[in-house]
Design a protein around this ligand. Structure first.
Ligand SMILES: NC(=O)c1ccc[n+]([C@@H]2O[C@H](COP(=O)([O-])OP(=O)(O)OC[C@H]3O[C@@H](n4cnc5c(N)ncnc54)[C@H](O)[C@@H]3O)[C@@H](O)[C@H]2O)c1
Length: 355
């Protein structure tokens, strides 16, 4: 490996520009060698904006560049698996965005190739690098909550279907809706904080109700609206409920991109025998306990790091050392298993045993 680590960013859309590229540019030992996008203006625009790298429109052009060490895969979910596997087989290290893939089968193939090649394959599970998430993990590890027997997640919005009719709402591209797009972060965060319990069974229902008649969808604002297509496809879950038994706590959740209840709730309750925590997603938390026969509650606030910066710095350390960190594919696979089981349970209307 040359003194500088050469990386490529594949897919120069939102997450690449918000997270991956700025994080790489903060690191002294990184050279972004390629910006790749099938939309030429996006690759060209990145070269112009960041003043480095070469614009390429087909990643196969640099797949076998011997100087290239690592890549960020920032395309939509359907391409995570194929692009990650191509680069792993070419001997490169890979950081691929969340979810690991659009279904469990593809995620397992990625894991297999990572194991066979011995290259790093990390997934963009950015919450694992957040300050407060790690504070909660330490409290649980230290036994401050006692036995954590139930964790509940609420990731609900009144109206927040992203780019309706576009890639996000087309199952063939995304693999699913609210669960795979938002729920993936919550499930992953819970597994991390609770010491990676093994998922055992899952039961759930995923509803495709409010977005399916695209032209009738009523909303006030839309995230990723530039990708919306009023004549496009909508065949994913706009809300989901689930219950997962694990070797540790039971996990339950209620998630919605859109629902006819005016709540926008994004929090996780860690419920233990000694104490409990309500974490506001990407924010601070409240700690509930008892002392001297009285009920106590405390706001736990902290300065927040940029978890994307930490995720990418840690990825590069993995590339340099060969070490596996908390974003390694083996951890993300467990979240993929749970999401697949929830979707299967919903289709079959019965509980699924997770292998
Ligand atoms: N970790 C997070 O918090 C987070 C946040 C947002 C998105 N994401 C994930 O990031 C991924 C991308 O989401 P986004 O919002 O940035 O999407 P986006 O549409 O803004 O960007 C994706 C880009 O990939 C390009 N692309 C498509 N096929 C390509 C190919 N074969 N080669 C090169 N480029 C190609 C598209 O032209 C587009 O510019 C998704 O998987 C999403 O789940 C993660």
């Amino acid at each position: 490996m040359s003194e500088k680590i050469n990386v490529a960013v594949i897919g120069c859309g939102s997450i690449a520009n918000c997270a991956h590229i700025p994080a790489y540019l903060k690191l002294d030992n990184i050279n972004i060698k390629y910006f790749c996008d099938i939309i030429p203006e996006r690759a060209d625009g990145a070269v112009e904006k960041y003043g480095c790298g070469k614009a390429v429109y087909d990643y196969k052009e640099f797949l076998n560049d011997p100087e290239l060490d690592a890549v960020s895969v920032c395309t939509h979910n359907d391409l995570h698996s194929v692009i990650a596997i191509d680069f792993l087989k070419a001997g490169k290290h890979v950081l691929s965005e969340k979810p690991a893939a659009k279904n469990l089968e593809e995620a397992l193939k990625m894991q297999q190739v990572a194991h066979e090649t011995g290259k790093i394959l990390n997934i963009g599970v950015c919450n694992r690098f957040g300050t407060q998430v790690n504070n909660i993990k330490k409290l649980i590890d230290d036994g401050e909550l006692g036995e954590v027997y139930h964790v509940y997640a609420s990731f609900r919005a009144h109206r927040s279907i992203p780019g309706i009719g576009g890639d996000f709402t087309n199952k063939a591209v995304s693999g699913g809706g609210a669960l795979i797009d938002w729920g993936v972060h919550y499930i992953d965060l819970i597994l991390y904080c609770c010491g990676e319990p093994k998922p055992l069974t899952a039961s759930g229902e995923a509803f495709c109700k409010l977005g399916k008649n695209i032209k009738d969808y009523v909303y006030t604002g839309m995230w990723a609206s530039e990708t919306a297509d009023m004549n496009g496809v909508y065949d994913v879950d706009d809300s989901v409920v689930g219950l997962v038994r694990t070797s540790g706590p039971v996990i339950s959740f209620n998630g919605a991109w859109a629902q006819n209840i005016g709540e926008s709730e994004t929090y996780i309750d860690f419920i233990g025998t000694k104490a409990g925590i309500r974490l506001q997603y990407c924010g601070d938390f409240k700690f509930y306990s008892t002392k001297n026969g009285a009920l106590t509650s405390a706001d736990v606030v902290s300065s927040h790091n940029n978890f994307y910066d930490e995720e990418i710095k840690s990825f590069i350390e993995c590339v340099q050392t060969g070490r596996h960190n908390q974003a390694y594919i083996d951890y993300a696979i467990e979240t993929s298993k749970i999401m697949q089981a929830i979707y299967d349970s919903s289709e079959q209307h019965k509980e699924i045993v997770i292998e």
